[in-house]
Design a protein around this ligand. Structure first.
Ligand code: HEM
Ligand code: CU
Length: 444
């Protein structure tokens, strides 16, 4: 194709993508990308020295048109400590450009490539030790739009999964150094979308309106894991799996390999929060691979009704007149505070632990801690109420806000007294005793 004119590419930080290309011809397109090494937030209270393409993790999104002659400028900021280069999977040429772009701090290198193959491609640093450069944040996506363009949609977003291998365990505070052994063992502490836990949650959620056509450009920087990418409550109408031309329709979960990508499209038929996850599910709920697409608009009961019923279920059916006798559970009565705490621990481990964790630390962004909880210590009655009535709506615990739903727990007054007393006397809380009488009062 003939090259006409020249332009400078507009690059965007995640979750945004540059607008569709409306040119009907190939051009000489200049791409400027600056490597920046800087300390960035990985999770609440946790930072990491990220090596970035353009100041964000993943790096800036690059959008070019099939046939474009791309003049690529890689700049390494003078304050950086290390040389870097770039391998773009969209390039036909040695190292995907890496051989032409080895760039020391304070230098700039240039090479040009023809965007021959349309598709969605990963780019990454390929400077030794390659794994370490990728593990520290050096990856992003480049889209080569086919000449005819992509079908028009209402919303486009950039979502890229990756892992972090920190010396400290998940959530351990402070600046966390890279742990090479965990990386070699493929045991990440963090698996995240767009470079940090909660990068797209609450007020940073990506958004759409009911009936929007949404396209996600999904990448996986790895460095090691394949993503089982899924959006809870949605079905992908179309998946350009592996970022290529083939389209699979009606897909629930799509694999995105390390160093690979996928374009997924769906229509948001009903409002609500739709959660993006790696469906290798412990990564989502325990390592950070969660994000929210928040859809606004009118409910449509022809598509989804919401709950229509919640009532007592009697397996014997309506024909049986007699109420089956409530099977008595053995609930020992605590005679001393020590016993209350001991019985309370048993209840905690069988009922509460699954959400609030064994050590009471909760799950960031989902379940508040009952350890050192200002919310609970301020007034244990609020804790009792959470258990007997359930709890929902926004609450603040130790400075973090939670907007979850805690179901009411089917426990006796004695059991609730025990479990709250156990919590108050453990996990760094302020101590105190709760009696079944106090629980009965809150229950009323
Ligand atoms: C909130 C205790 C079981 C999910 C709370 C709070 C307490 C508490 C004291 C208030 C905030 C805080 O101090 O951290 C307990 C006890 C449980 C139990 C004693 C067992 C008897 C569960 C379970 C789940 C859960 C099984 C998950 C299914 C939540 C959520 C909140 C919460 C999401 C925050 C609600 C909101 O954001 O409004 N819980 N919990 N809890 N709990 Fe539990
Ligand atoms: Cu590098």
């Amino acid at each position: 194709a003939e090259i006409e004119g020249e332009e400078k590419a507009e690059l965007t930080m995640p979750p945004n993508v540059p607008p569709p290309i409306d040119r009907d011809h190939a051009t000489k397109l200049t791409v400027d990308l600056e490597v920046v090494e800087k300390e960035m937030k990985l999770a609440d209270g946790v930072t990491y020295t990220m090596w970035t393409f353009g100041g964000s993790v993943p790096g800036k999104f690059i959008r070019v048109r099939e046939g474009d002659m791309v003049e690529f400028h890689l700049k390494n900021h003078p304050d950086n400590k290390l040389p870097h280069n770039i391998d773009l999977h969209a390039v036909n040429g040695p190292g995907g450009g890496a051989e032409s772009t080895f760039t020391a701090p304070g230098r700039e290198t240039v090479f040009s490539f023809r965007a021959l193959n349309p598709g969605l491609y990963v780019y990454h640093c390929a400077t030794a030790p390659v794994g370490m450069h990728i593990a520290n944040g050096m990856y992003g996506l480049i889209l080569v739009e086919p000449h005819e363009g992509l079908p028009e949609v209402d919303k486009e977003y950039y979502v890229m999964q990756s892992e972090f291998y920190t010396e400290g365990d998940y959530g351990e505070r402070g600046l966390q150094p890279f742990d090479m052994n965990k990386a070699i063992d493929e045991h990440p502490e963090y698996v995240v979308f767009n470079g940090a836990v909660n990068s797209m949650m609450n007020d940073k959620s990506i958004t759409a309106e009911k009936d929007d056509k949404v396209r996600l450009f999904v990448g996986n920087g790895g460095p090691n894991l394949t993503s089982s990418f899924h959006v809870i409550g949605e079905i992908f109408d179309k998946v350009h799996y592996e970022g290529g031309d083939h389209v699979q329709k009606n897909v629930q979960t799509t694999s995105v390999p390390a160093g690979g990508a996928s374009m997924v499209e769906f229509t948001t038929e009903v409002p609500g929060n739709f959660i993006l996850v790696d469906h290798a599910i412990f990564r989502a709920f325990n390592k950070g691979a969660l994000a929210t697409l928040s859809v606004s608009g009118e409910e449509d009961e022809n598509v989804y009704t919401g709950q229509q019923l919640d009532r007592v279920y009697q397996p014997e059916g309506g024909a049986i007149q007699e109420m089956p006798e409530e099977k008595e559970r053995e609930i020992p009565t605590a005679q001393t505070v020590e016993e209350r705490i001991k019985f309370g621990q048993e209840t905690y481990m069988s009922v509460c632990q699954s959400c609030h964790m064994k050590d009471g630390s909760g799950v960031e962004g989902a379940f508040p801690p009952v350890a050192e909880s200002d919310y609970l210590n301020d007034d244990p009655k609020k804790g009792i109420s959470a258990v007997v009535h359930g709890l929902s709506g926004e609450i603040t615990v130790n400075g973090e806000t939670y907007k979850g739903i805690m179901p009411k727990q089917n426990l006796t007054d004695e059991e609730v007294a025990n479990v709250i007393t156990y919590i108050l006397n453990n996990f760094g809380n302020d101590g105190g005793t709760v009696t079944p009488e106090q629980v009965a009062e809150v229950r009323e």
